[in-house]
Design a binder for this molecule. Structure first.
Ligand code: EAX
Length: 337
């Protein structure tokens, strides 16, 4: 190396260092605002895949003004407790199933009726359309902000006692349900003993035999390791479980319109990533659960379960009428579309 070349290389290196120092000064002068996201599932779940996409999109759109901190596995509490946290501003954003949401926004109970949606296409289409938007608006009237509909998935039954092929097989089992009136009413019709419980308590309750079984989408059963404490799974798909990304009104009111737009766009990117993961796990996850030792009953006559829980619809219509139910049934969203 000639002396001249060495000097030039040294100068370039010094210039580079100075540039880096300048860049880091300007970043630290404008520290990113950290946004918390809470959810109950693990850090390899469908929700977590959504958080990654949300984080990436929000950081990109805001040019680093916001950064995202994930709190998975119920670290910030169960879903009902986290929604309360949003209302008082102790949590910024939450991804939750609609399980406990009806307790805050009764209009959303309709979504948790058993066998309301025939398949993923129909459910996603309804939530992405006018009906989904109207429900987001209702959520906005209840001291919460609905950023985007995302997804938990069709729920399937697991238990530690026996193979369940028919509603009669399930009768007498003690099953943990979400804290949702519609789910509890449906299970009562099957002569199951519904035991509402927050998700973070579920694994231990199954392990200790406080309950015999539970019901959740494949993604949750797999990534929350429920297969370790359950033996039998039935692909009942008895209810579609929507999820939603919610924000605290305290955070929301501090944002400009442009920033609000970034949050909504990022939440939608998260929802798309989550839905793709739910779809992937619907088959790949079942295979994995079998490999882990669960007996999976795939050939279920769903119409038997549907007939058994049908009377529970009156629990909803007696209180809330049938207008929203009819809108969903009459929507242009087709199955398999
Ligand atoms: O949203 O409580 C439940 O069973 C939910 O499916 C879970 O918390 C993921």
């Amino acid at each position: 190396m000639t002396a001249r070349f060495a000097r030039t290389a040294l100068n370039t290196a010094i210039a580079g260092l100075a540039g880096a120092a300048l860049a880091s000064t300007s970043v630290s002068a404008q520290a990113a605002q950290t946004v918390t996201v809470g959810h109950t599932t693990s850090d390899n779940s469908h929700y977590s895949v959504g958080v990654d996409a949300f984080k990436k999109t929000l950081e990109e759109l805001s040019g680093g003004e916001f950064t995202v901190e994930e709190h998975p596995s119920g670290a910030l509490g169960g879903e009902r407790a986290m929604i309360e946290g949003l209302q008082i501003g102790t949590i910024d954003t939450v991804i939750t199933s609609t399980g406990p949401l009806g307790n805050f926004v009764p209009e959303t109970y309709v979504l948790d009726l058993p066998f309301l949606f025939a398949d993923y296409d129909q459910a996603r289409c309804v939530l992405d359309g006018e009906i989904g938007q109207d429900l987001l608006d209702q959520i906005g009237n209840n001291n919460l902000v609905g950023l985007a509909w995302t997804e938990n998935g069709f729920r399937h039954l697991t238990n530690s006692k026996r193979d369940v092929k028919t509603p009669e097989d399930a009768a007498g089992l003690k099953i943990r349900t979400m804290e949702n009136q519609m789910h509890m009413a449906a299970f009562k019709e099957m002569d199951v003993h519904p035991t509402p419980m927050a998700f973070p308590e579920l694994f231990t309750a199954l392990q200790q035999g406080t309950v015999d079984g539970q019901e959740n989408p494949v993604s949750v059963i797999l990534t929350s390791n429920l297969w370790e404490v359950q033996d039998h799974m039935s692909l009942t798909g008895h209810v579609y479980s929507p999820a939603i990304m919610l924000a605290s009104p305290v955070l929301w009111d501090s944002l400009s319109d442009e920033e609000k737009g970034w949050f909504k766009q990022a939440a939608q990117a998260g929802a798309e990533a989550t839905r793709a993961e739910v779809s992937r796990l619907e088959t790949a996850g079942v295979k994995e659960l079998k490999e882990k030792g669960l007996t999976v009953i795939e050939d279920i006559d769903k119409s038997q379960f549907q007939d058994a829980v049908e009377p529970s619809y009156s629990v909803y219509t007696d209180q809330y009428g049938s207008e929203m139910l009819e809108r969903i049934r009459n929507s242009e969203c087709l199955t398999g579309s």
